[in-house]
Ligand binder design. Structure first.
Ligand code: DHB
Ligand code: FE
Length: 280
């Protein structure tokens, strides 16, 4: 059976991709931020996952405000990225795993989650930047991928509780696949940020640190927030936290925290990194 080897929560800010493209990672602004990914990359080298399930929100590249699915699962044999206006480079396409995608889709539908299935899907910075952070050699992606979009852009958004439950069902779906895949689940985005409006630039460090602590052992506590409360506490883009809750849900019961880092600000965002493994 497929196994879930771990879960990673990470920021997906486009400026990170630009810094990587311009080879600015050693500059003072970026050095500590990138340094924190070193042990996570070492863990990946050791654990060698074969599939990355990447939970993120499309920001207008593949879906736009006119048609915005709540949950969408990629079922393509490859995924391309494209410049959405941030100036991010077009990278080598990401290899998909359509058989596992369809299995996950079937299992999630059977668990009463109504999905949009995408046999073609462009992936944006929410997917690409974390992939590049974790596997910086973009000439040879070592994992196959399944992109899962969760809407945090066009209201109404799914509740944090719904997303934690979705993650739990996702975990069961992956583990009922008869293959020997080793799956890492990424939850990308956050933490607190607001990109426009009256509170543009809003960051709530104490709340971010609270979320990074509670998501380890008490994710259901975070799942009690409403989206409105998350916007108030973490800014209009703060609900991206739900992508982390899907990742946490997929890991199921008790977990061990292997790595954790918080860096503020990166661009407009309180930037978090968390590596979790299931407790033995
Ligand atoms: C930024 C953060 C995001 O989550 C995003 O999607 C785009 C930009 C930022 O902080 O600049
Ligand atoms: Fe975002």
């Amino acid at each position: 059976m497929a196994t879930i080897v771990g879960g990673i929560g990470t920021s997906h800010i486009p400026a990170i991709g630009i810094a990587m493209a311009k080879q600015q990672c050693d500059e003072p602004y970026w050095r500590d931020f990138f340094e924190a990914y070193r042990p996570v990359r070492a863990w990946l080298d050791e654990v060698r996952p074969t599939v990355a399930v990447v939970v993120y929100n499309d920001h207008g590249l593949n879906f736009f405000l006119d048609k915005m699915p709540t949950f969408a699962v990629g079922a393509a044999s490859q995924y391309r990225n494209a410049d959405e206006g941030w100036g991010l480079p077009t990278l080598r396409p990401f290899r998909g795993h359509p058989e596992l995608s369809w299995h996950v889709i079937e299992a999630l539908a059977a668990a009463n989650f109504d999905l949009t299935t995408c046999q073609e899907m462009l992936v944006d910075h929410g997917f690409v930047v974390p992939m590049q952070l974790l596997w910086p050699d973009t000439t040879s992606w070592p994992v196959r991928t399944i992109p899962i979009h969760v809407n945090t852009v066009q209201h109404p958004l799914p509740t944090p509780k719904r997303c934690l439950d979705f993650g739990e069902a996702l975990g069961h779906a992956i583990e009922s696949w008869p293959g020997d895949e080793r799956v890492v689940v990424l939850g990308t985005g956050g933490l607190s940020h607001q990109l426009d409006g009256r509170r543009a630039g809003f960051i709530n460090k104490p709340f971010d640190l609270f979320c990074m602590e509670k998501i380890v052992d008490e994710p259901e506590l975070l799942a009690r927030y409403t989206i409105r409360e998350l916007v108030r506490l973490a800014g209009t883009q703060g609900p991206e936290l739900v992508q982390w809750l899907v990742m946490r849900g997929a890991l199921g019961g008790a977990v061990r925290k292997l790595e954790s880092n918080y860096h503020v600000p990166i661009s407009n965002t309180g930037s978090g990194l968390l590596l979790l493994e299931r407790a033995a």
